[in-house]
Write a protein that binds this ligand. Structure first.
Ligand SMILES: *Cc1c(COP(=O)(O)O)cnc(C)c1O
Length: 365
């Protein structure tokens, strides 16, 4: 029967977020290097806390008080300036929806995180893409794309899916060039993978300016993607707005307990960072050795590398060849990256196997 029930037109224009696959089309499990999950799993302390968490019949603390206090202590932030989310994805939605709506523009870069378009459209705003430079966020292009309608700028640093990273000077230059009535959302999902001496200054910007929100997550280096915990920090005013519209009990009992224990195990996070840096470098070197076959890796500071296929071996052939051998990686043709594969840094064994398969495929192409 024909329905007269229609979603708002801007909702109708949304294409669903496509998560990384975890099995082949017949459901057989594959080695999943398509969703930037932590190959080392989770902290044993976090797993123990998860097993001992509050009974599910009770509502969680709606303010995630202990967790916010622990995050505040670790990062030197007043807990009043921290808002929790069901993953940082919830905060990207609530922040954008709080400051942008129909008639407004939400700005981000070409090759930005695919969720940003959904975030912009969900609140009825017009998504605007500034051109990237060498696959990286380009501050000049972003600033040139600002109009009187721009309300929110979304930028991931390191960026997903390219892995590129802007230094603190560039982040500061972007902020300084934005009008005060534009909210700059700095998405630091991969910040824990960046060496401390390379800090991009986002948390300091959020501490000192009314129009900056930084988002972080437990999904990546903390290895808790399945628990759905993220947090944000900005001015008390911005955090207060987000607290009014987020889900009232948005972080579950087990998620709060697990994340709290994970925070105290910084050795696990540090181990994850060092493992990632070493294996990413080793993998990138193996890709560079295939440069004569047209393979190249975009410089990455994240837990993945974007490999470009500019020779006889196409990204699709490589994607299928890897899948046939049990390795699933990410192809993003819908983002203008039909010639590339985003490959999460897994274990040494997995990365060596992928590099060997790519060499075989490149030599046969
Ligand atoms: C993975 C990722 C996130 C994290 O999403 P969660 O909802 O916290 O799991 C946020 N931003 C980017 C750019 C990401 O790649």
């Amino acid at each position: 029967m024909a329905s007269t029930l229609n979603p708002k037109p801007w909702i109708d224009a949304i294409h669903a977020y496509i998560p990384g696959k975890s099995g082949d089309d017949d459901g057989r499990p594959l080695v999943k290097l398509s969703a930037n999950e932590n190959p080392l799993g989770s902290s044993p302390q976090a797993l123990a806390a998860r097993a001992a968490a509050q009974v599910p019949s009770l509502y969680p603390d709606g303010d995630s008080t202990a967790l916010r206090e622990a995050i505040g202590q670790l990062h030197g932030i007043d807990p009043a300036r921290i808002v929790m989310g069901t993953g940082s994805g919830e905060l990207l939605h609530t922040a954008t929806g709080a400051y942008a709506g129909p008639g407004d523009e939400v700005l981000y870069s070409q090759y930005a995180f695919s969720l940003y378009e959904i975030v912009a459209r969900r609140c009825g705003a017009q998504p605007v893409e500034a051109p990237a430079r060498d696959y990286a966020n380009d501050v000049d292009a972003l600033l040139a794309a600002v109009t009187p309608r721009t309300r929110v700028v979304l930028l991931a640093n390191p960026n997903n899916p390219t892995g590129t990273f802007l230094p603190a000077s560039e982040i500061a230059r972007l902020h300084a060039g934005l009008p005060g009535d534009v909210l700059l959302v700095l998405d630091q999902a991969y910040a824990e993978y960046v060496a401390p001496e390379q800090d991009d200054g986002s948390l300091a910007l959020a501490a000192h300016h009314a129009n900056v929100l930084v988002t972080r997550t437990f999904s990546k280096a903390y290895g808790l993607a399945g628990e759905r915990v993220g947090w944000g920090t900005g001015s008390e005013a911005v955090v207060g707005v987000l607290n009014r519209i987020r889900g009232a009990f948005n972080v579950s009992n087990s998620a709060q307990a697990t994340a709290l224990a994970a925070l105290t195990d910084q050795a696990f996070v540090e181990h994850s960072r060092l493992h990632n840096a070493a294996e990413r470098a080793r993998f990138v070197a193996a890709i560079e050795a295939l440069g004569n076959h047209g393979l190249r890796a975009v410089p990455s500071e994240a837990n993945f590398a974007l490999v470009l296929f500019e020779g006889a071996l196409s990204a699709v052939t490589a994607l299928n060849g890897l899948a046939a051998r049990g390795y699933i990686v990410r192809h993003l043709p819908g983002q203008g990256l039909g010639h590339a594969l985003r490959i999460t840094v897994g274990t040494r064994e997995q990365m060596d196997a992928i590099a060997a398969i790519l060499r075989e495929l490149a030599e046969a192409a």
